[in-house]
Design a protein around this ligand. Structure first.
Ligand code: SD4
Length: 342
């Protein structure tokens, strides 16, 4: 077929999709690319290992990356001991646990929820926003009602431990994000015990490539502990906390979301990979961009990026030491300590 004919055909099909308001989807399994690749999954932080194991139950059998990342991040979402994601997450300063999550597939479809309350699996609600609505983002009460209408159960997400940590925090009420730095944790400048324990400042971002060579990603969090009511971080913002471009690969972030949003971090990492940088180098460049924008602030906060390209190469980089990520493929399963600037 001539290139021109192909072009006309593609643009015609493209415009049907556009005018019918339909999302770009594979027509049938036959349209699904059949490049044989090695599946691989990566997640932020040590607890990503358990999430990867779950994702692998799908990826290892040749399943779709999108299904794998959703299933994977549901593990920390349901874990009451993880105080930074889903059930048991630390609340905002008014005592409400509010969840942020987003998901993106290989066709540039994406869905997100922000400030969702009383629903454990924010990621599954984000996926339904992607698949069942003409929108990309639903927030707060609207997201909650949408979840209920789709069969999700209303649940109290504030565990006694997280409530205790919040009450402890209320004694000083100082909002000072605490960084994960190696085994030492930076205590609040105001002194005292760190509220919320060592996981005060984590989020799960998961990116994967399946046996068909397609990438997807998911990111879910309860956000920064004791944030202002209504505050939204990078995690549910497509391009900031997560970005997938199936021509290039995928990236996700963790850390102080405000710094990531400013540079649209995950999209930046993917674009740097498109320009030819390998994943670790792309993550490093994005971290350097944060420093160049505000060197003084960058010394005091943690941000980590994690990236995967279509060749199955991966890497991470952080501002501060202490950022870890978990990888699982047919060849390896381990937790890696990312390099950092400081
Ligand atoms: C946020 N990026 O809400 C999230 C929190 C996080 O490590 O990842 N902490 O800004």
């Amino acid at each position: 077929m001539s290139t021109r004919r192909k072009f006309l055909q593609t643009s015609f099909l493209g415009s049907i999709g556009l005018f019918s308001g339909k999302k770009i989807m594979a027509q049938s399994d036959a349209d699904y690319p059949t490049i044989k690749n090695e599946p691989i999954v990566l997640s932020t932080w040590d607890f990503g290992k358990a999430a990867n194991t779950e994702a692998w139950t799908i990826l290892g059998k040749g399943g779709r990356a999108l299904d794998a990342v959703e299933a994977g991040v549901k593990i920390p979402e349901a874990d009451p001991n993880n105080q930074s994601v889903g059930y048991g997450g630390l609340p905002d300063r008014d005592g409400h646990v509010t969840l942020d999550a987003c998901i993106m597939d290989e066709y540039y479809n994406c869905g997100s929820v922000m400030g969702l309350e009383n629903i454990i699996h924010a990621i599954s609600v984000a996926r339904l926003v992607m698949e069942k609505t003409p929108h990309v983002v639903l927030i707060g009460e609207g997201a909650f009602q949408f979840a209920l209408a789709n069969g999700f159960k209303k649940e109290n997400l504030l565990t006694p431990e997280s409530e205790k940590a919040w009450k402890e925090w209320l004694k000083t009420s100082k909002y000072e994000p605490i960084m994960n730095i190696e085994n030492k944790l930076h205590k609040p400048a105001s002194g005292g015990d760190m509220p919320g324990g060592p996981n005060n400042h984590d989020t799960i971002g998961m990116i994967a490539m399946d046996a068909s060579g397609n990438c997807s990603g998911a990111c879910t969090t309860s956000g920064m502990a004791f944030k202002m009511r209504g505050r939204v971080g990078d995690s549910p913002i497509i391009g900031a906390g997560l970005y997938v471009d199936n021509e290039v690969g995928a990236a996700t972030s963790t850390g102080v979301g405000e710094e990531v949003i400013r540079i649209v971090g995950s999209h930046l990492v993917v674009e740097l990979m498109r320009q030819g940088l390998e994943p670790e180098a792309a993550c490093k460049k994005a971290v350097e961009r944060i420093i160049s924008r505000n060197p003084e602030k960058a010394k005091k906060v943690q941000v980590g990026f994690l990236a995967l390209n279509k060749k199955g190469q991966y890497g991470g980089y952080a501002l501060q030491p202490g950022f870890t990520f978990a990888v699982k493929s047919g060849k390896e399963e381990r937790i890696i300590k990312a390099k950092s600037i400081y």
